[in-house]
Design a protein around this ligand. Structure first.
Ligand code: IFM
Length: 452
């Protein structure tokens, strides 16, 4: 068997998000975000961890970019912190905050790494949450102004701008379950937030195009197969409902379809926030769509007793998420069935695994995870999916939201005491794939070639 190849021009990178890696939360005029408030609220984040220092990427970005270049990546996906640019979400621009991203983009370009920008990766300015947050429409309007400001400054030098990362997580975890900032548990607010995130996307794309007409604009969704845990009709129904909420609630309106049936927990919730023209606004043509894929879900109806485990337990990551590479091809094909020839990117894919303290750079399980998912990406390409690139999550170990610093997703290890970076085998593996455009047939990591 020959190694399989990716198409010429395929984009290879790693991804991060501002609050998860930057630190420097009180520097250069940055305002408070909902994750500052949430992480400093006792009991919200495991171990009391906060993003105050994180990976200190704000000060170490040059070294991090140099590492990416040595590995052989040709792209980097990062997010901009809204409250660095507009400390209270609206009003006067904090030039010092915007300057940081300006320097980062210049540094990337100097190393021939294409910047892929995300405008919103969950760190809403606290002032906007105090005024109602995503459940109110004014937040979407404020987002459009912010999008225009960033696009005007960075747009001509970046490869693409995505409006929102994983709006499902924002609405579901932020406003329904309360597991994420701002920690609200209100089904009606979650449905309203979901709608306003999509309105923000539509207005944001318009603002990006006004400020930087040549810059591709899109959005990033997290998707995963929702399969029934048994053939019982109630499990089938529950799996369909989860599929509608996770995989269709955002994707369908983006491609001009109606919202699916509301989830059971939202039955009877007012939908007054939907205005004339909103569905057309949300369906503004996209230049690309990003897909974040991690796992599948076996759905058990809450009306049925728990299933007794049968057979061997499935392979799982350190997050207890099932390792299911075929699901990557399944979701890409599902998306492409709705988006046709629209360019798609895998904007996140990766896994957390416990660290071997004796050898923190050895991560065979992650290498195997990545190789099998890249193989599934090749399957999708072979079946005609217009896939243009792949970003590993994540460049660095980082602040994993409510789980704090426990789960380690990095292809580069971070020592949180010294902040020293250590290139893992998985980073070498990804670099070798990026440089050659070919997927090895096994998980062997070559130590030949960069980085030294
Ligand atoms: O760390 C997150 C990221 O911020 C969004 N997508 C999933 C990752 C792993 O949970």
């Amino acid at each position: 068997m020959e190694p399989r190849s990716f198409p010429d021009g395929f984009v290879w990178g790693a991804a991060t998000a501002s609050y998860q890696i930057e630190g420097a939360v009180r520097e250069d005029g940055r305002g408070e975000s909902i994750w500052d408030r949430f992480s400093h609220t006792p009991g919200r984040v495991r171990n009391g961890d906060t993003g105050d220092v994180a990976c200190d990427h704000y000060h170490r970005y040059r070294d991090d970019v140099a590492l990416m270049a040595r590995l052989g990546f040709n792209a980097y996906r990062f997010s901009v912190s809204w409250s660095r640019v507009l400390p209270t979400g609206t009003g006067a621009v904090n030039q010092a905050g915007l300057d940081f991203y300006d320097r980062l983009v210049d540094e990337l370009l100097a190393h021939e790494i294409a910047p892929f920008v995300t405008l919103y990766h969950w760190d809403l300015p606290q002032t906007l949450e105090d005024a109602g947050g995503w459940p109110v429409r004014a937040t979407a309007e404020a987002f459009a102004d912010y999008a225009g400001i960033v696009a005007a400054r960075l747009g001509s030098r970046v490869r693409s701008i995505a409006t929102i990362n994983e709006p499902w997580v924002v609405a579901d975890h932020g406003y329904r379950t309360g597991a994420h900032a701002p920690g609200r548990s209100d089904p009606g607010a979650a449905i309203a937030a979901a709608h306003h995130l999509l309105v923000a996307h539509g207005l944001g794309v318009q603002a990006i195009r006004a400020a930087a007409p040549a810059t591709p604009a899109g959005i990033v969704l997290n998707l995963g197969p929702q399969q029934p845990a048994s053939s019982h009709p109630l499990d089938l129904e529950a799996a369909c409902a989860e599929h509608d909420w996770l995989n269709r609630w955002f994707l369908d309106p983006l491609v001009g379809r109606a919202y699916p049936e509301p989830p059971w927990w939202a039955a009877g919730e007012a939908r007054g926030e939907l205005r004339d023209g909103d569905m057309e606004l949300i369906a503004v043509p996209l230049d690309f769509l990003g897909v974040n894929y991690y796992s599948r879900n076996r759905v058990r109806s809450p009306l049925l007793p728990p299933l007794e485990p049968a057979g061997d337990p499935p392979e799982r990551t350190g997050m207890d998420w099932e390792v299911y590479p075929a699901g990557l091809a399944e979701v890409l094909e599902f998306v492409a069935s709705r988006t046709g020839a629209l360019p798609l990117y895998i904007t996140e894919n990766g896994a957390a695994y416990p660290v071997d303290d004796a050898e923190p750079a050895r991560d065979p399980a992650r290498v195997s995870f990545l190789r099998r998912h890249l193989d599934a990406a090749l399957d999708a390409l072979e079946r005609g999916v217009p896939l243009r690139g792949y970003f590993a999550w994540s460049l660095l170990d980082n602040f994993e939201w409510a789980q704090g610093y426990g789960p380690r997703f990095g292809i580069i290890h971070v020592d949180y005491q010294t902040l020293e970076r250590r290139v893992r085998d998985s980073a070498r593996f990804m670099g070798a794939v990026a440089r050659s455009g070919r997927l090895p047939l096994d998980d062997v990591v070559s130590t030949a070639g960069p980085p030294a």
